[in-house]
Design a protein. Structure first.
Length: 511
């Protein structure tokens, strides 16, 4: 690390806005990678000879490593230094991407994806915690997290557009190679301009039992949901994974409450506001991830859109997210309490989701999909921005990495749950619809029409559940999050009293 890697506490970092550019670039790379590979998957599967049964591992290997190692990555950032963790994560992610792009077999591809996930688990919490310790002024923090929130929310849709272009006009391998210039530029920029405040590292020894229990518990949880999607909820291995995950995570909580230097200090998650953020954010991601998958298949299979056209169809959602995050969330965050942005934001997104329950084969993009996606984007952007900021606000600097990791963990686990849960609901609804209607279809074209109608019926049925999930996220944000607007005079700490007024209370360092 360079001699200018740290700065004196209490002094605003002169390079903080330059640093934000490179941190945001790295975050965009990680987020879009989650969807960019999905578009390229059919081509990669054919080239590498991956069977239908094994193709899920291209996605699952990444999700398991990323979701399972996030808490470990967050604590490494606290121990090792966030700048060093950030640059190392970028370098490793670039190398793993090069390996994936050059893959000659399924096994090589799965290994590269697991490595991407592992380095992503080091990079993602380091990026968010750097923002948390570099931007301390309320108004500046609002702007910085507005930009970060827009990228976190819209990056997945950007991945669909970029993945469509690269797959259609170049080759699926470029969906991996494209990460390398992103990573090199972000790492070089971060090395030159990022500075950490002095005394923000945690020097305590690493909690090895906590690392093992949390990693195994989260991997079992993510794999359980992934397996449920393909093998059913009653499958013995699926049930075993859920039971094992519950036991491992329960043991993790017990260990963390007793050790001197825990991997996840319980004060980070038991503080009322942060707990509410992690829970509501996780629920919102459950709804969003399933929707991305449904709309991608609807547009390509039912509507016959090309990969590129499908990507562009998501642009209104990106525009909505950017507007909601930077123009609504960032402008209002210093004037109103976070829950007054989060709860209505989730409700507006739920309204967009409600429109999509009317989805049919002949639905018009302009009159149904476009307004629904705009509402989804606006609502999510408005809610994400204060959520991202509040998740790390008031946490001790030495815990910033692990608090940031919890944001990413709730998103990653939420994504895995959303994809599996909503897919399973959609699949069973489709099966029931086809069974009831296929008898009346005599000719082959009629039978194909029933199959398509069944697919769309399944999506609409699952989207109803997503509406309920977003309503629950809104209710949790409204009832759990009681912090006031940043910059107010009165303070509240961990477990602050129930009757604190929204306009006056701010979270402080949790003890």
């Amino acid at each position: 690390m360079s001699e200018t890697a740290v700065k004196a506490p209490g002094v605003p970092d002169a390079n903080r806005w330059k640093a934000l550019v490179f941190i945001a670039l790295a975050q965009l790379m990680v987020v879009l990678d989650a969807t960019i590979v999905n578009i390229a998957l059919p081509s990669a599967q054919q080239d590498l000879g991956i069977s239908d049964g094994n193709r899920q591992w291209v996605v699952t290997a990444y999700a398991l490593a990323f979701g399972g190692l996030l808490l470990f990555g967050g604590r490494i950032a606290d121990l090792w230094g966030r700048k060093r963790a950030f640059v190392t994560g970028l370098a490793g992610f670039a190398a793993a991407s090069a390996l994936g792009g050059a893959a000659t077999s399924g096994a090589m591809m799965f290994g590269a994806r697991a490595l991407q996930g592992a380095f992503g688990a080091l990079l993602a919490p380091a990026a968010l915690s750097l923002l948390a310790v570099m931007f301390t002024d309320a108004k500046e923090r609002a702007k910085a997290f507005g930009i970060y929130g827009a990228i976190a929310g819209g990056g997945g849709a950007v991945g669909l557009i970029l993945g469509g272009f690269l797959t259609e006009y170049l080759d699926w391998r470029w969906t991996f190679f494209v990460n390398i210039p992103f990573a090199v530029l972000a790492a070089a920029g971060a090395y030159l301009v990022v500075r950490e405040p002095e005394g923000s590292r945690k020097r305590a020894p690493l909690d090895i039992p906590g690392v093992v229990l949390s990693t195994l518990g989260l991997v079992a949880l993510v794999y359980g949901f992934t397996r449920a999607e393909s093998d059913g909820w009653g499958d013995s291995v699926t049930v075993g994974m859920f039971v094992g995950s519950a036991l491992l995570l329960a043991a993790f909580v017990v260990v963390e409450s007793k050790v001197k230097a825990p991997l996840l200090p319980l004060r980070v998650v038991t503080e009322r506001n942060r707990g509410g953020v992690y829970l509501s954010l996780g629920l919102a991601i459950i709804a969003m991830f399933g929707l991305f998958l449904f709309l991608t298949y609807y547009l390509q299979v039912v509507k016959g859109y090309s990969p590129v056209k499908t990507g562009f169809a998501f642009l209104p959602m990106i525009a909505g997210m950017i507007t909601g995050s930077t123009q609504i969330g960032a402008r209002l965050m210093t004037r109103v309490a976070p829950r007054r942005l989060m709860s209505p934001g989730f409700l507006v997104a739920g309204l967009g989701m409600l429109l999509l329950t009317q989805l049919e084969i002949g639905s018009s993009y302009a009159t149904l999909l476009l307004p629904a996606m705009l509402l989804l984007g606006l609502g999510m952007g408005t809610a994400f921005m204060p959520a991202m900021s509040l998740a790390t606000l008031g946490v001790e600097p030495r815990d910033a990495g692990v608090a940031s990791a919890m944001v990413n963990t709730s998103q990653q686990v939420g994504g895995a749950i959303g994809t599996a849960l909503l897919n399973t609901i959609a699949a069973s609804a489709k099966t029931g619809y086809v069974k009831d209607h296929i008898g009346a279809a005599v000719s082959r074209p009629q039978q194909q029409l029933v199959q398509l109608e069944g697919m769309v019926h399944g999506y609409a049925s699952a989207i109803w559940f997503a509406v309920g999930i977003l309503a629950a996220a809104s209710l949790i944000a409204l009832t759990f999050v009681n912090a006031g607007r940043p910059g107010s005079a009165t303070v509240t700490g961990s477990g602050a009293g129930e009757g604190v007024e929204d306009e006056v209370a701010v979270p402080v360092v949790a003890h």
